[in-house]
Design a protein around this ligand. Structure first.
Ligand code: 4AD
Ligand code: MG
Length: 399
């Protein structure tokens, strides 16, 4: 018979024998053996621990490794837990569009969607003539399902989305990808406090689910990825989230005996180094930061009574930083228009968003959890590329 190398696919029959002293516990002593698919000796996966960097270059084979196998199974179970959490609470699952004409975050980080022949793009008065494009208007891959989520929440009550979102930001970091799945609940008749309560319950539910319903995966992560994963999650599910305001966060950072690369000033964005300091060296765990300055957040967030901050919340965790971004939405039409003006956002495509306020407006709020970032936190995996089966990052979308 041909040589059966590592990686070959075989059919075997024989006797199972217990081997309690070995990790796999049972062995097969074959009496019949046949080769189904051979594997040459240059099979890239050998019986040794390969680095995650090496495995990323062979993304078509890496799901066969222990680590990525466990991760992909964990991903599937956690997706189920997410649906279960919302369905048990009466939230409706909404499929928001992937192709959209709006920029939900107003950050201009969108991939264009077009059916133009790129070698011959129609032009009118020196500008691309999108009227001749497939949808008769310029369209993009969505960065978030939130705005359409608001349409549905103001019709049905509590809804959630769980779908792919896309960001054309050129960030080559261990926590950014260009395509990621986001979970976005949106609730009518809710304010920021209700929103934060939901985020707290949701995350705790996921952590508990991981501990109770994925014990094999968690054991693997604990032994092979990060030594304190189980202990950290177990402590967390017994506690409540710490909550501070952005202003308190700035004061903490100002007092910190640490040299930051970016200056700390009220009004500035919290950089990753600041977020990590707050979690890892001050709070020593996850924290919710609320009431950010208006200028550094999105146009749809509700202006607080101080006129300077908005009803926003970010959930920050050690090692990663932000895993959730949420807010109460500006439900007052005049204030929303004022926000749009403040940010200089073209609003010809926002008429329907205004209508939601014009016709029976209602306080509402929601948040977005990055699925992959949540998986990073629960598994202890350091790079987002290793929790995704097919990560899309700048200059990398091979298969
Ligand atoms: O804070 P973000 O941009 O918020 C929104 O998109 C809101 N519309 C959500 C809402 O209120 N419904 O993104 C939400 C989360 C982040 O906290 C982060 O976990 C994840 O999405 N995220 C990314 N994950 C991976 N790669 C990226 N490039 C990400 N950008 C955001
Ligand atoms: Mg955010």
């Amino acid at each position: 018979m041909e040589k059966i190398n590592l990686g070959a696919s075989i059919r075997a029959a024989g006797k199972l024998a217990p081997v309690p002293e070995r990790p796999h516990k049972i062995e097969l002593h074959p009496s019949e053996l046949s080769l189904i698919g051979e594997c040459p000796p240059d099979y890239p996966l050998q019986k040794k621990r390969h680095s995650f960097e090496f495995l990323r270059d062979i993304a078509h084979l890496r799901p066969r490794t222990n680590a990525l196998g466990v991760m992909n199974r964990f991903r599937s179970k956690m997706a189920y837990a997410i649906h279960r959490f919302f369905q048990e609470r009466g939230f409706y699952y909404i499929h928001t569009p992937i192709i959209t004409a709006t920029d939900a975050e107003g950050a201009g980080e969108q991939f264009w969607v077009t059916s133009f022949d790129l070698k011959n793009v129609p032009v009118k008065e020196d500008k691309v003539d999108f009227e001749q494009d497939f949808f008769g208007a310029q369209t993009f891959l969505t960065v978030s399902g939130q705005l359409e989520g608001e349409i549905m929440a103001t019709a049905l009550g509590d809804i959630y989305t769980f779908g792919p979102t896309f960001r054309a930001e050129n960030s080559n970091t261990s926590r950014h990808v260009a395509e990621f799945w986001m979970i976005e609940p949106e609730m009518a008749f809710c304010d920021l406090d209700d929103d934060m309560r939901l985020a707290d319950e949701f995350l705790m539910y996921l952590f508990r689910f991981a501990l109770e319903s994925c014990p094999e995966e968690m054991k693997f992560f604990n032994e092979r990825i990060e030594r304190k994963r189980i202990e950290t999650l177990e402590t967390l599910v017994k506690s409540k989230f710490e909550i501070i305001t952005y202003t308190e966060a700035i004061n903490i950072l100002k007092k910190a005996k640490k040299a930051f690369d970016y200056p700390i000033e009220w009004g500035g964005d919290l950089q990753a180094e600041h977020e990590r300091y707050l979690c890892e060296e001050h709070i020593m765990g996850p924290v919710m930061v609320r009431d950010y300055p208006r200028r550094i957040k999105a146009f749809y967030m509700r202006l607080n009574d101080d006129g300077k901050t908005v009803a926003a919340v970010d959930v920050l965790v050690p090692q990663i930083g932000e895993i959730i971004g949420g807010s109460q939405r500006e439900e007052r039409l005049d204030m929303l228009k004022e926000q749009v003006k403040f940010f200089n956002i073209p609003d010809q495509n926002l008429w329907w968003y205004y209508d939601l306020r014009r016709y029976g407006t209602v306080p509402h709020a929601g948040f977005g959890l990055g699925f992959s970032r949540a998986l990073m936190y629960m598994s202890g995996m350091a790079n987002i590329r290793d929790v995704l089966p097919f990560p899309r990052t700048p200059r990398n979308a091979k298969f």
